[in-house]
Every structure is written in C-alpha cells, then in structure tokens.
Design a binder for this molecule. Structure first.
Ligand code: PLP
Length: 921
C-alpha cells in the first residue's frame, strides 16, 4: 500500500490485528467476504492508476494548473474577481478548525460557526433590506429556483406562470426552467417590463445581466396588484450603494456572496443567499441560525425552525437542500466583518468608478453603450464586431463577455486596475479616459451593517483574534473523532487541500473560453472516469453541488427517460421508510409521487411490502430510491432481487451513494443492478464538511440515462469545480489498493466498535453473520425507557468526554448511529468506546438511585468551565465528575462554551440576526 494510504488509514498493522482479533476474523479480506453478500460482490482490482506519492501528486496538479490560463476576467454574469484578505484565506479557508467542522446540529459545540453564520444572515438582511435570511444556498441559480417555489407556495394567484426578466443571468434562467418543468410551472421570459397576462411570481435581476440599473418599483407594484410575489436577484456589492430590494418592494431577494472574498473557482463553491420579507420566514428553505439561550439563560445560537425539515417532513418538505455552503458563507461574512460598511462602500465606489471611466472612454471613442445607468458592468453595442473585440481583448489578457454578435459585456470588480482598463480600451480601439462619469441612480439612503461586529474587527490583529476566538469555541476533526453515521467524517488530508487556493484553480471564471481551462478539463475528465470505474456506471457528471442536487439530477434523468419512452404515466417513486429525508423531497421536486415501502424487523426493505407496492402501482412505477448499504448500516442481501423486481415492473433503480465508503473496491452499484446514483464527494472522497458545506454530489448513470442528464442542475457547468482537486488527489494518492483497504478498515472499525459496545448498548441491526457495514446503530430506547436517560443526554455527555456525538435519531428515533471511518486509529476508537462504556455506568448509577434523575452528570451535560468553577456547587455529584469524567485529561480538555441549549425557546422567540449590543451585556 502507498505511504499516503498508510497515513490516511488510522489503524496500523498491529492495530488492525487487534481489532480483527476482537471480532474473531483472521484478515480484513475474510471479514469483507463474510460481510458483503456475494451477489453484489465485485472481485478484482479497480482499473485506476497505481498510487502516487504526495510530492508526485502535487507535481501532477502543478501540471494541470499550468494548463489553465487565468486571464483577467471581465465576463461578469455573477462571478467576479475579488481579493480574499490573507487573514481570511489562511485562517478560515485553509484552517482545519473551520473546514473540518460538521454541520452545527450539536449547537453547544458549534457556537463559533453559528456566530459567523448569524453574521452572514445579518449581512444579507441588512444589504437586501429584508427581515430574514438563511445561512446560505448552493449558488445563485438554485437560490433563484427556490425563490420561485416560495412564490408558488405563498402567492394567492392561481396561475402556474413564472415571469422571468430577460436581463436575468442566462444560467439562472436555465436552472429555474429545469426546476419549473417537473412542477408544472411554465417559465415566461419577458423584456422591457412587459409582464405576461397572468403569473404567480416575477424574477428580476438587479442590476441586470447586461449591467442595466433600472428602477423596478413600478413593475413590482404592478406584480403585487396581481397577487404575485417578486424576487429580486441582487448583487450584494451593488447594494452598498443602490437602493435595497426591500426598499423597492421585493418579497424575496437572492443571489451570490462570491465577490465577498471567495475566489471564483471555475464556478464554485461560494455561498448563494436567500432572504425574505416578514411573513415568509416559515417558507424559507435551508438552514436558519437563530438565537436562543442555554439552561442558565445565557445567549446561545442554534439552528432554528425548519432547519432539518426535509428530514422530518420528507415529501412535504419545501426543498431538498441539506448540505449548503457554510465555509464560504463564513468567508463572505468575515469579508464584511473585516471591511465593515465603510470599507465595502469604498470597494463598491471604486468598482463603480472604474466602470464609469471605462464607459466614458468607450463613449468618447464613439462606441455606444446599451445603458446609461449601471453599477459595475457596461454593455457596448458594436454591430458585427463583438467577436473580434472579445478576441482582441483575449490577446491582451482580458476576457470580456460575448453577449451577442453585436454586444460585448464588460464587468469591473475590486481587482480592476488602470492597466486592465487600458487593455479594454485598446481592444475596442479607443483612447483612454480619465473622466469618471457617475452612472448610479437609485442611491441607497439607509444605513447597513450597523451592528458592532461589523465595526470592530478592522485591523488584522483584531480580525485574527476574532477568528481564533470563534474557532476555539468549536469542536472539529482537528480536535478528535466525529463518529457521525451517514456522514463519513474521515481525514481531509492537507495535501489534498493544497491546490484549491492556487490561483490557476481559484481564479478561473466558469464561462472562460474552454481552451483557457484545459487543465481543469483534464482533471475533471479523469475524476469523472475514475468515479465511473469505482461505481460501475457509464457516465458521471460532477455538476451537482451537493448530494441533494445529485439526487434531483438522477431523478430528473429517470423522468426524462420515461417521458422519452412515452411513459408519461410513470411517476411513482418507491422510497423505503428508512431513507434519508432528502430522497423524498427530491422525488417531489422531480415531479414524482412518493410511496413508502416498509422495512422489516431486521431493518431491511420488506420485500413482501415491496411486491405489494409494485403490484399496486405497476402502471405508474417510475423508480425506487434505496440507500446501499442501507441507512441502517447493513449490507442487505435482498438488494439484487429488489433491483430485478423493480426493473421487471418497468421502473428504474436509484441507489443513494451516500454510503459508498462501505463499497469502494468491493461492490459497484452500476454493476449490481442500479441505474443511477449520486455520490457525496464530501463524505467518501475527502472534501471536508466545512461546517455544513461545501459539497459535491456527482450523479452517475448507466448508458441509457446519460442522454437525459440535465445540463442545468447547478448554475456553473462543473458546479463546485474549485474543490474537485481534493477528491482527485485522494484517489490518485490512495490508488486502487489503498481505496479498497480504506473500505475494509472502515468496515472493520464499525464492527470493532459494535463488538465492544454490544454488551452495553444493543446494536439495532446487523446483516450476514451478525456483521454491520461501515456504521452501527446503538439502540438507546430500552435504556431510556428503563432509566429516563435520553439519547440527548448521552450526546451532550459525550461533549464532556471530548467527543462530537454520533448521529442522533436518524434513521431511527432514540438511537445513535456511529460511523468511525478508516481514518481513526485504535487509540481514538478505544477512547470513544471507553467513554461510551463509562457513560453507560453513569446511566446505571442513575438507574440505581445513586444520583437523582433530575440532577446527575448526564442531564446536566455539557458542563462548562464557568459552571464547574462557580462559587457554589449544589449538585448531587462532585464538580470533578462533571468536568473531568473517567479518563478525561485535565490538560487540553475541550470545554463546551455554553450549557444545554433550549431550542424551543428560540423557535418561539425567533431572532435570526445579530442581537443588539445590549443583549451582550
Ligand atoms: C443517505 C443520504 N442521502 C443523501 C444525503 C444528502 O446529501 P447532501 O447533504 O450532500 O445534500 C445525505 C446527507 O447527509 C445522506 O446521508
């Protein structure tokens, strides 16, 4: 095995032998032979290049980078050059304390990133002039599509027409159209303010894709008079100078925060945003951070309202979004914190001044412009000359937008310099200008970012300390194991991350001419081919920028396939009761009806119920969506027959590949009967979780579905291309042997944990020979019933022991799902197991009456430093038991910054922006 694989995989040979001994197997191969049903087993090495060393891989990446030619981008269209402040680049983007954290579902240990996200929400609310913003969307296009569905749900108008202004970003129109079709919504593109006859919602771009800055207030009023809702897709930098969407009557605002310090990355990742006016907050999809309090009444943040709604509401959920863009939202919020309102205004003014000078020079040289009013983008009208001007600019190192044969778009940004302007003028054959002909109308007259957080951390010292202060509050993989079932929180190796911030990858515009992005093309082609080999499918697209988006892409491909065959009536999607909530939500978004298939007592899909459901819906069966190994962490033996039954009935099989870490090198969904899968590169293939994103959710299909893959699931052609070097590097450094070894050790680790904990907590489900796959479910329900100690108590007590809790109550309420991954060594696995056993002893002490049910270390967990060092201590157990439970070292202990948080209080008293300074007193 490669030297890298040896470092990626935690247990060494001695550890592995001890673990195998504990579960009674002689080798990992023997274990895998026993665990994986032979009917799906794939034997033989993956056809992938042999592992390369870290230096070799970095050299190969340098080769790709060298084949990317990064020119100055003035293409605009929602993607702009930006200066990422060094202090943010190094201390957020490249800092594992931020990038290896998990989604803040355990809020007590996520206060740092929750505060950063609250800052993001506050920034978006302030800039858009709307009352509630969520904590990020996947990109502008998908945020606009979500805005459309908010409008449909909230408008009283009966119409199914969505009116989209022609001056909207072209990729946004495509994403909206892709999402509208299966929902029965017709998109009508209108120009010059000429609204269609009837509609339930209107989408406007502000400023327009052409750069035009138009006062939309009258049009918005007219739309409201028809009972429609209006979304304004607005540029956040422009909003520091021009009137905010809320002030011109918008109900919803959406857009991108990319130009707030997040490199373009050939299309992503960056944070999309979505904000709504008062009254619509309960329809807002995605994650919403809110302010609540802990049991001592101290201010504490947590995710509010419908945040996990698709997990709970499934097919009734408003959206399928799960993984979002947390790391990038943190970066954008910190850009606003660092620059403050005056700094941002200054950047915007300078950007506008550049555009104004550019315009003046063009006009003076006889070039007419399409609009008089603009913020940063001008459109030159050059009949028949557009292509030659764009080509001339390229020669001079600048990419302009070829808007049509007759029009060239030119977007300025904070990186635009005098020299760049000179090149643009030269490409047009005009003389330079020094005149700044101000072209702003609709000047903003309200203040923004008034909260002290945006007015305090403007020196680098202050900023550095603020970032450190926040990340110190959080628990991430850089502190210890995060054994979250279904999430695969494995090592995100530093060398995998390195290329992400190289300028040749970071600064490429997604619509740069293809010949400038040859390095990216090669890397993406290779990665897609490797993923096809690993999964056994024919075609892979890396465009979906989260698992949920891969699901939608896959289901839309199934829909397209049935429609192409004239099977319009096939619209039923069978989904087992154990499925992840996104599955059902995605099926509805793909225009399907969800029919639930039961699971049997052993957690497997109930094949008898499956037969019944197939028979009941035989004419209308479109697909089944199953996760494999199941969300119960078991290799179900019935999978091949399940696939055959659905195929016989004319349906397609979607295998949710979120659990691929249990299959790589041992089974290929595309070969054991499935037609389509999505993968989560942010699980199996090492893209760090970023505190809740970014992610990449490639869709993989067999040949017959390939023609039906949509080109517009995400706004950018290759989605979050900027982070693909991470997964590419992982596969390249592991090689075929290393990848299979990782799977084997992941399964070994889960079985080791299950074996050691089985006598203390029942392991809910197991498959062949009593083995689990790569995760195991610990059933706390009988313990809760007999002792009153809940799964929450155990999760919070684990914090005192220095752990992030396993996945709580998914897929079975009242249980914990543990996924150790291959990256944790035996010492860390044992530390976790020992903590769980010690907690079990504490539970027994409560049951035996040694500690009262209402006052024991479990119900009071987590314990803060303030609590255990207070002047009084009137609990039924010593302070030391609260603070330093069995085995916890006094030096280097992680302290939860808050005590247990009251979530319901925050939902009743909803506050989703930074509280006023008085609240901090
Ligand atoms: C089984 C399963 N399916 C789908 C998803 C959705 O993936 P994402 O969060 O990337 O949208 C998840 C995410 O946790 C999952 O565990």
């Amino acid at each position: 095995m490669s030297a890298f694989a040896d470092r990626h995989i935690g247990p060494d040979t001695t550890d592995t032998e001890r673990m195998l001994g504990a579960i009674g197997y002689g080798s990992v191969d023997e274990l895998m032979d026993a665990a994986i049903p032979e009917v799906i087993r794939w034997h033989g090495p993956l056809q992938l290049p042999a592992a390369a060393t870290e230096p070799e891989v970095l050299a190969e990446l340098r080769g790709f980078a060298a084949r990317n030619r990064v020119l100055t981008s003035m293409i605009g269209l929602g993607y702009y050059g930006t200066h990422t402040p060094g202090v943010i680049k190094r201390n957020v983007m490249e800092n594992p304390a931020w990038y290896t954290a998990y989604t803040p579902y355990q809020p007590e240990i996520s206060q740092g990133r929750l505060e950063a996200l609250l800052n993001f929400q506050t920034m978006v609310c302030d800039l858009t002039g709307l009352s509630t913003a969520n904590a990020s969307m996947l990109d502008e296009g998908t945020a606009a599509a979500e805005a459309m569905t908010i409008a449909r749900r909230s408008s009283k108008a009966k119409s199914m027409v969505y009116a989209v202004d022609a001056d909207t970003l072209p990729q946004t129109i495509e994403v909206i159209a892709t999402r509208a079709e299966p929902l029965g919504i017709t998109v009508e593109v209108f120009a010059d303010g000429q609204l269609p006859q009837e509609f339930f919602g209107v989408h406007l771009q502000y400023p327009g894709a052409s750069g035009a800055l138009i006062d939309h207030s009258a049009l918005i009023e007219a739309a409201h008079a028809q009972g429609a809702l209006v979304t304004v897709a607005a540029d956040l930098l422009a909003l520091t100078l021009v009137r905010e969407p809320g002030a011109i009557g918008a109900d919803i605002a959406c857009g991108s925060a990319q130009r707030f310090g997040v490199p373009m990355g050939y299309g992503g990742p960056h944070a999309g945003y979505l904000a709504v006016r008062a009254g619509l907050e309960r329809t807002l999809p995605g994650r919403l951070v809110g302010v609540s309090k802990d049991v001592e009444g101290n201010r504490a943040y947590r995710l509010a309202l419908q945040t996990r709604e698709q997990h709970i509401r499934r097919e009734k959920a408003t959206s399928n979004i799960c993984t979002a863009q947390v790391l990038l939202a943190v970066m954008a919020s910190m850009y606003a914190v660092y620059h403050g309102p005056d700094g941002l205004r200054g950047i915007a003014r300078r950007t506008h001044a550049m555009a104004a000078r550019l315009a003046d020079g063009l006009r003076a040289g006889g070039v007419s412009l399409a609009h008089d009013h603009f913020f940063d983008t001008v459109t030159a009208v050059v009949p028949g000359r557009a292509a030659s001007i764009v080509a001339a600019a390229e020669e001079l190192g600048v990419n302009l937008r070829l808007a049509s044969e007759d029009r060239v778009g030119i977007a300025c940004d904070e990186t635009t310099t005098e020299a760049v302007l000179a090149n643009v003028w030269q490409a047009f054959g005009v003389e330079p200008s020094t005149v700044e002909a101000e072209a702003l109308i609709l000047k903003r007259d309200s203040d923004f970012l008034t909260h002290p957080v945006f007015r305090t951390h403007h020196s680098e010292t202050a900023m550095l300390r603020y970032l450190r202060q926040l990340s110190d509050l959080d628990y991430a993989l850089d502190r210890g194991m995060i054994p979250l079932g279904s999430c695969t929180m494995k090592l995100n190796a530093t060398s995998e991350m390195e290329a992400v911030t190289w300028p040749e990858f970071a600064n490429m515009h997604p619509f740069a001419p293809a010949h400038q992005a040859a390095g990216y093309a090669d890397l993406i082609d290779q990665l897609e081919a490797w993923l096809a080999e690993i999964t056994g499918y024919d075609t892979v697209s890396v465009q979906p920028n989260a698992g949920s988006q891969g699901e939608l892409a896959g289901l839309l491909a199934i829909r397209g396939y049935h429609l192409a065959n004239g099977d319009d009536h096939r619209d039923v999607c069978l989904i087992p009761s154990s499925a992840h909530g996104t599955n059902a939500a995605s099926a509805v978004m793909a225009g399907m009806r969800v029919v639930v298939v039961a699971c049997d007592d052993t957690g497997n899909v109930d094949l008898v119920d499956l037969d019944a459901k197939i028979e009941q819906h035989s004419d209308s069966l479109a697909a089944i969506m199953v996760t494999y190994p199941s969300t119960h962490g078991v290799y179900e033996t019935g999978i091949a027959s399940l696939c055959a039954k659905v195929h016989e009935a004319g349906g397609q099989v979607y295998v949710d590949g979120a659990n691929l870490n249990a299959l790589v090198g041992f089974a290929k969904p595309g070969k054991f009967g499935a037609d389509v899968s999505h993968l989560n590169l942010h699980k199996t293939f090492c893209i760090p979780h970023g505190g809740g994103g970014p992610g990449v959710g490639p869709v993989a299909v067999r040949e017959h579905l390939a023609p039906h893959l949509s080109a517009h699931i995400s706004a950018a052609p290759h989605g979050s291309a900027g982070i693909l070097p991470i997964s590419w590097s992982y596969i390249r450094m592991m090689g075929p042997t290393g990848l299979a070894a990782a799977t084997g050790v992941a399964v070994l680790a889960a079985n080791y944990v299950a074996a050691r904990l089985r006598d203390h907590y029942p392991v809910l489900y197991s498959g062949n020979k009593g083995l689990v796959a790569h995760e195991c479910i610990l059933d706390l329900r009988p313990i809760t019933k007999s002792t009153g100690v809940t799964v929450d108590d155990v999760a919070k007590r684990l914090i005192d022991y220095g752990f992030h809790a396993p996945t709580m109550s998914f897929p079975v309420a009242g249980t914990l799902m543990v996924e150790p991954t291959e990256s944790e060594d035996l010492a860390e696995l044992d530390r976790f197991v020992d903590a769980m056993i010690a907690i079990r002893r504490e539970i027994a002490a409560v049951a035996e009456g040694q500690w009262p049910a209402g006052d024991n270390p479990l119900v009071n967990a987590p314990h803060t430093a303030a609590m255990v060092s207070g002047d009084t201590w009137d609990h039924a157990y010593p302070r030391s038991v609260g603070a330093y439970p069995a085995g916890v070292k006094r030096v280097g202990k992680y302290w939860s910054p808050v005590r247990r948080i009251d979530g319901a209080y925050g939902d009743r008293n909803l506050v989703c922006a930074c509280p006023p300074p008085e609240a901090y007193a």
